[in-house]
Design a protein around this ligand. Structure first.
Ligand code: HEM
Length: 410
């Protein structure tokens, strides 16, 4: 993996423009000028573009390091740390070059609250899903709450887009929003519409925050439960990154053990355990069962990842099962017994970004801090029901700096 600088705008802009043009050509706009902003092909092609703005996110995560350093020796809720780090990284990639200072901090805080609310509502069991005829009554008020939270997020997107379009001053660092706003199709001269831009941003936020931060928390929980794995992971980091440096993306491929730890965590705790529902376009028979056309089908990745016919000692947390096997069992979804990012045409559109954010945050926090649970406590692996598989009890830990050079924490 290589590190990409968002300031190297010329070749990057050219490449990005070509990608979006390909998308627009494969999805011609309709009569009203709007095309499906969330369409499969469009998402799959624009998402990788976001990767080029990862550097913004990395810079932002340094703030989290400073915050954790400030809590030296006191307790931290790992889920909250992960969520705020991930959302800070995402907002920096979106509009880090557009919004800065107090306005930026204020909008980012509002955005964080709005997204948490949306994710909570999204995970609530809704009786209308099981009895669709009840949907129009919205008995639990979930639909209404969802509309309110979505409007809140949309207003934030509108505010940021207005700020950027009103403000003619040249910004030094182009962010993802800036790129989307400036994009023009070379042939037709058409730009992306505002609804298209907002749909992209919403997709990324909804798909990327809960999944990545939950995976971070699960990994930390497993490491706290398995001190020998924690030790080995941190030793690898010391050897590869060194005591006097911070983690950078080019280190990732030299961290096979950490990669195995992440894979093993996602095997036992896939953040979207039932993936996204499928709907067959034709009736078919599978394993002796008839699946009628149009049925809603859920694939239980969680159960497949723990199937004793497919895995040796499936309930054991053993990263070694992925060591030296990385090419055979990767996240591509080609081996159907291991599909933490799904499989096929609808597999995770943010796979590479998710993987990189997870590796980056884990490697950084594990390299820079020692972690221990408060005396007399033991982390558990209880799960909470929801679209995203969260821990039922928050993981509380105590960080202490691991590196001698304290300047690296500021
Ligand atoms: C550790 C991190 C992540 C995990 C484990 C994860 C997992 C998944 C899974 C299992 C699916 C369903 C795939 C299927 O049904 O086949 C999915 C869908 C999706 N993910 Fe992720 N994801 C992660 C991070 C991200 C990030 C960072 C983004 C955005 C940048 C993202 C955007 C999406 C989107 C847009 C979809 C829907 C794709 C579609 O409908 O075609 N995900 N993800």
């Amino acid at each position: 993996m290589t590190s990409h600088s968002p300031t190297a705008t010329q070749p990057l802009q050219h490449w990005l423009s070509l990608s979006v043009e390909r998308i627009l050509h494969s999805h011609p706009t309709g009569q009203n000028g709007a095309c499906c902003a969330g369409s499969l092909s469009m998402r799959c092609r624009v998402m990788p573009i976001l990767m080029h703005f990862m550097l913004f996110g990395e810079t932002k995560s340094r703030k989290s390091i400073k915050d954790v350093y400030g809590k030296n020796g006191t307790t931290i809720d790992v889920g909250m740390l992960a969520y705020s780090t991930v959302i800070n990284m995402i907002t920096s990639m979106f509009w880090g070059g557009t919004l800065e200072g107090d306005i930026g901090a204020n909008i980012n805080a509002q955005f964080r609250d709005a997204v948490s609310e949306l994710l909570i509502i999204w995970g609530k069991p809704n009786i209308s899903d099981f009895f669709p005829f009840l949907a129009s009554f919205d008995i639990q008020g979930i639909q209404g709450d969802m509309k309110r939270a979505s409007r809140w997020i949309e207003n934030i997107f509108d505010f940021v887009i207005d700020q950027r379009t009103k403000n003619n001053t040249k910004i030094s660092n182009k962010d993802f929003l800036d790129f989307l706003l400036e994009f023009k199709d070379h042939e037709t001269g058409k730009s992306l519409s505002r609804p298209q831009i907002k749909a992209f941003l919403a997709d990324i936020v909804i798909g990327g925050t809960g999944t990545t931060s939950t995976s971070f928390e699960w990994t930390m929980a497993e490491l706290m439960l398995h001190p020998e794995v924690m030790k080995k992971t941190q030793e690898e980091l010391t050897e590869v990154v060194g005591d006097a440096n911070v983690v950078e993306e080019y280190h990732f491929h030299k961290l096979p053990y950490l990669q195995a730890v992440v894979k093993e965590t996602l095997r036992l705790h896939p953040s979207a355990p039932l993936l996204l529902p499928r709907c067959p376009s034709q009736s078919c028979t599978l394993g002796g069962y008839t699946i009628p056309k149009g049925a809603k089908v859920f694939l239980n990745a969680w159960a497949m990842h723990r199937d004793s016919q497919l895995w040796e000692n499936p309930y054991e947390f053993r990263p070694e099962r992925f060591v030296g096997d990385s090419n055979k069992l990767d996240f591509s979804g080609n081996k159907f017994h291991y599909i933490p990012f799904g499989s096929g045409r609808r597999m995770c559109a943010g796979l590479h970004l998710g993987e990189r954010m997870l590796m980056y945050t884990l490697a950084t926090f594990l390299h820079m801090f020692h972690w221990k649970v408060p005396d007399g406590e033991k982390p558990d692996t209880g799960e909470k029901f929801g679209v995203v598989l969260e821990k039922s009890t928050p993981l509380i830990v105590i960080p202490t700096p691991r590196l001698n050079n304290l300047k690296l924490y500021h």
